[in-house]
Write a protein that binds this ligand. Structure first.
Ligand code: C5P
Length: 325
């Protein structure tokens, strides 16, 4: 295998880029050298010998430092735009929850043959990502979709037929786009990675009844700072993957969150997505996203036993409102 995370039976929380194969190491270095979003790292650099935080300490940092919020129609520049009233009046976490139990279903190839469908559907809320389908895969990924987190690339790409495909018509939609590190809404509005706001307007006009939120860029970069602040090496200066964003979102809405195949089970595979026959280990260890480090963090915060990871690819995380710091 290209990435050497097979030493233990489950994800090694000390994974670093040095453990990657030659090809992925090069891809990693390229992304680390880029700074497309103008990330400023002063004060975040790891000082040698600083104590590593425990799981509960990390959970408290997440609770204190990351606020999952969504755009509202009263925020500038949207309050001054004719279409701004299409945005919700309140942030998602004010409108919804708390829910008892929630499932975050990653799109990893190792979801295939998992037989987790019934377990996933037994949750009160099920979050899925991007173009991940349930039809034809119910036995492994379930059939319920309560929330779908979609990136702006999927929203904008012609291949995905975002405006017309029935894939996106179930549940609540949440869109996101990599924003400048400043998280300044005016700056972002004029410089999105993909045309998220155009697609949002079009979608809302075609499907006015379906709830549709847009993640506030603060959330992306607060999560990024949490990752970098707890890693011993510089990470990619790009926003976290949808997987971590969705996990943080559900931790803000639910009492308990089960995340499936974010930390690979014994079914670990180079198959990128369970619904496509495309193989690339970068899907699991990251290239553009600091996914390797996101997984280290989640491994440290996991409340469940390693056996759950090994057999079910299942991680257990507490809702942020269920503990005090
Ligand atoms: O590829 P996509 O972003 O749509 O997948 C959803 C999420 O599932 C990713 O952001 C990542 O966190 C997770 N994933 C993974 N391993 C894979 C594929 C996806 O951890 N092989």
């Amino acid at each position: 295998p290209e990435a050497n995370f097979t030493d233990g039976q489950v994800w090694d929380e000390e994974m670093s880029s040095s453990m990657l194969g030659k090809r992925l190491k090069r891809v990693f270095q390229n992304y680390k050298a880029m700074n497309k979003y103008k990330v400023q790292v002063q004060g975040l650099a790891i000082e040698d010998g600083r104590p590593k935080l425990s799981g509960p300490e990390l959970l408290c940092q997440l609770k204190g430092g990351v606020k999952v919020t969504t755009l509202t129609s009263d925020l500038q520049p949207f309050s001054e735009l004719t279409w701004g009233s299409l945005l919700p009046q309140r942030s998602m976490t004010f409108d919804l929850g708390p829910f008892k139990s929630c499932a975050v279903v990653t799109s990893a190839g190792s979801m295939r043959h998992s037989g987790l469908g019934a377990e996933i559907d037994s949750h009160d809320m099920v979050l899925r990502f991007n173009a991940a389908p349930t039809a034809g895969y119910e036995k492994d990924v379930g059939a319920k979709t309560s929330v779908r987190l979609i990136n702006s690339q999927v929203m904008a790409s012609d291949d995905h037929h975002f405006l017309s495909s029935s894939l996106y018509s179930a549940g609540i939609l949440v869109g996101w786009d990599p924003a400048p590190y400043s998280a300044d809404l005016n700056e972002w509005y004029n410089k999105t990675d993909y045309p998220i706001f155009e697609k949002y307007q079009e979608y809302r006009k075609l499907h006015p009844q379906q709830p549709f939120y847009i993640l506030h860029p603060h959330t992306e970069w607060q999560l990024w700072e949490l990752i970098q602040g707890n890693m011993a090496e510089p990470i990619q200066k790009n926003p976290p993957s949808s997987g971590l964003l969705g996990t943080a979102l559900m931790m803000s809405l639910c009492d308990v969150v089960h995340v499936y195949e974010f930390l690979p089970s014994r079914r670990k595979t180079k198959l990128c997505h369970y619904y496509q026959s495309y193989y690339d280990e970068a899907c699991t260890v990251g290239a553009y996203h600091p996914l390797l480090y996101e997984k280290n963090l989640v491994k440290r915060m996991n409340l469940g036993p390693d056996q759950d990871i090994y057999t079910h690819g299942r991680v257990t995380l507490p809702g942020l409102h269920t503990f005090t710091c």
